[in-house]
Design a binder for this molecule. Sequence first.
Ligand SMILES: Nc1ncnc2c1ncn2[C@@H]1O[C@H](COP(=O)(O)OP(=O)(O)OP(=O)(O)O)[C@@H](O)[C@H]1O
Length: 641
Amino acid sequence: MACFSVVCNTGFLSIPNKLEVHGGKSKSLGRYRGFCCRSLGYHKYCNFQHGLLWNNELRPLSNGKSGVFLKGFNNRCKSKQGLCCYNKIEPLTNANSANKQMHLGKKGSTKLRSLRKRFSLRLRPRLRLLTIRLKTVTIRSVLNGIGTFLRKNIRRVTLFSSISATLGLCYLFLKLTAVPSPKMVPYSELITSLRNESVTKVLLEEGSRRIYYNTNSRIDGVTHMSDEELTNVLGENMANKVTSDDGSRSDQALNTNVLKKLSVTQASTPDWQYSTRKIDHDEKFLLSLMREKGITYSSAPQSVLMSMRTTLITIISLWIPLLPLMWLLYRQLTAGNSPAKKRRPDNQSVGFDDVEGVDSAKLELMEIVLCLQGAINYNKLGAKLPRGVLLVGPPGTGKTLLARAVAGEAGVPFFTVSASEFVEMFVGRGAARIRDLFNMARKYSPSIIFIDELDAVGTKRGRSFNDERDQTLNQLLTEMDGFESDSKVIVVAATNRPEVLDSALCRPGRFSRKIVVGEPDEEGRRKILAVHLRGIPLEEDSNLICSLIASLTPGFVGADLANIVNEAALLAARRGGETVAREDVMEAIERAKFGINDKQLRPSTISKELGKMFPWMPSLMGKNNTRQDGLPGPLGYQALS
Ligand SMILES: Nc1ncnc2c1ncn2[C@@H]1O[C@H](COP(=O)(O)OP(=O)(O)OP(=O)(O)O)[C@@H](O)[C@H]1O
């Protein structure tokens, strides 16, 4: 157990208990001079010359006899001298000066103190945490963790383990088949050796220009002897020694050792001492010289093992620099598949109630929902479900929201994707993604595919050199054609630039239904605001606030209005309000209209704006917009100038 220790002038008390932090160093505590030190975590130690600080109170300790009377004091004890503790207190019988010094710190060395402090502050909590974690860790939990990791990353683990196994096998093979290589010498040296008649054997390698040869000279101090010669010499030597007398056992052992050593040296000696490269058109001369000197020569193909080694080394040395490139390629390809993986059937909680101000678009889409739900029997009259619906309109008018509402209302899986995700570096990847998407949608049919910003892939073909984009569009056209009539997969797409779309996309049978999602009128804005103010606590009536904002924000679209409501709530939170006040709303409008930098212009500009809109209201045009009766001004707004 971690202890908490107290040093007083009479002894050392070890208190296995928690103590709260009290003060800092060298604190003067009236007549009880002493100090209180911080220790690790919640375990502290304090020491005083005359007292112990506990629970923010300084309890005096009597001098001299403390050690005696504290002995054996148990839980919840209170000494005569006022020491209160909640656990056992044990006096240190051997309260020597060294201990005192260490704990009092004043006399202790600075180094020791800093070490102690460092240990207390850094190491101890970590050790404690580690022990706690180790206590909770069991072999079973570790095995479970490993199992889960393997299950989650099975493909990666398989890939990495097969790569590692292959590399390991290659290494093992190279290690086992490693033979000492002969010394490379220039061709002229071979000719000189041949002329000197020091060459014993020559081998001409077939299919290459390499020549191997042995001489009767030494390499690195090792005589090149054939195995037979060496064994004979040493065998003879050993036999002689064994038969000589009894005391020659040591000689026998010596010989055995020599034999062993020499055989090791033999093993590390190459079969061929030297190798060189043949000079072109010099074979005739070489052969005639060898014949003349009576030297044994032969030719042989490279051994299978050596050819395998060479091939392996070539492959490895070629592939190692290629690995980073392969890794990049792999990442690209896996990233190419990821959007299809992400597109899971996703049940939306957005409904048509959440989209306002775009009533005609809503009506059109509602019909499709009813068809998907089977409420309208369109088959009866031979009609077909529209395959594609194109939502056209300025940014922020709620096209995406409408599409999500369609999915939410129809209760079918909704696959959403941005067309820019199909634009790929590699030709064919975008098309593959489109194929994946439509396959998945068909699998979960009836379902809805929503392609946002369709213009990213749907622009007119043949305008640029980007073949990949054209291929992606072609695939999209093919997939939309390829729907079976009863597949019930509807493609909803949204764009801000319908004019750039390829005409093949917009022909009947593909995006046959075009729905314009325009800017909302005042009534529309009011309704949109009502949607966004649903969960916001307002100081005033919500209808009033909606009308106020709607009247002040002509040309604003749904996204702007949502932003104004959010800004107002943030401003209210900033000033610490419980509800959103009219002032917050007005400032939010001001920010949305004019930005937040130009503080100087704020009141006058907004006044002018209001004046333009309500010219018949003099209080807005004039400087003083507080009515004489003390009631709020037009639309209840007063705080503008
Ligand atoms: N008609 C609306 N009713 C309610 N909220 C709306 C409406 N239009 C927009 N919004 C709000 O604005 C946000 C953004 O709208 P959305 O993403 O649907 O716009 P968009 O038309 O798809 O824009 P873009 O063309 O830039 O993609 C929505 O999440 C919603 O909070």
